[in-house]
Design a protein around this ligand. Structure first.
Ligand SMILES: [Zn+2]
Length: 233
């Protein structure tokens, strides 16, 4: 592991580390991302950066509060940076106005490094599987990273995070029940009763990646039910 210090952190409260948050860099190259994450003017960092070839950089010591998640919420926690370790994966990310890119799959070497690093972090801080999340889970109103090509299933098979079993079919579609379930699982659902497309899409981007249209269906309901079962049991 290479150590490159970023100034973009401050002290944590004593609430304790509870989450592991995954991001993509959304920049053309790892070198550019490294410069940005270590530039005091950018005011963003993560604890770790992982290159496409699997090289891991330590940017901020885990004891510090790195600035990676911004305005975010999960369960009752409104300061995710205070309670999390953040990992940035080099990936061009999705295009947006003024930025052209090709969002691509995360290479095997990068995922292997991510799995080993995450296993260590989870062990060190006793992070629960349902507290291993994407930026898009804790900040779905603003963020879509690490996105639908991020292999959460592979991670879960290696003891990192949750992945649903697909046994629950023929579950009645009820957007009210779905929202209640999402809130129980941890999502911030305030103000979602009028328009749920975005939050459903964020959920699908993580847990039902083949179709993240934001339309609620029986399979999506079943996936949430299974995840809740895992969290409660
Ligand atoms: Zn992010």
């Amino acid at each position: 592991m290479r150590v490159v210090k970023s100034p973009n952190y401050n002290e944590r409260s004593d609430a304790g580390i509870k989450y592991l948050i995954m991001h993509y860099t959304g920049m053309a190259s790892g070198a550019e991302a490294l410069i940005r994450l270590c530039d005091a003017k950018s005011e963003v960092a993560a604890h770790y950066l992982i290159e496409e070839n699997g090289e891991v950089y330590s940017l901020v010591d885990e004891s510090h509060r790195a600035w990676h998640s911004g305005v975010s919420k999960w369960e009752d926690d409104e300061d995710i940076n205070d309670r999390s370790i953040g990992i940035e994966l080099v990936n061009p990310g999705h295009p947006y106005p003024g930025y052209e890119s090709d969002y691509v799959s995360f290479p095997g070497a990068q995922m292997e490094s991510l799995i080993s690093l995450s296993q260590e972090i989870i062990g060190r801080h006793k992070i629960k599987p349902w507290h291993v999340l994407g930026h898009s889970d804790v900040a779905w109103r603003r963020k879509i990273d690490p996105g639908e090509l991020f292999d959460w299933k592979m991670l879960s098979e290696n003891g990192v995070g949750c992945w649903p079993k697909r046994e629950n079919d023929n579950i009645e579609v009820s957007s009210e029940h779905f929202l209640t379930g999402l809130k129980f699982y941890g999502y911030s659902t305030e103000g979602c009763h009028e328009n749920q497309t975005e939050i459903i899409s964020a959920f699908q981007r993580h847990f039902r990646q083949s179709n993240f249209s934001g339309v609620l269906d029986s399979e999506t309901m079943g996936i949430l039910m299974d995840l809740l079962k895992q969290k409660i049991s």
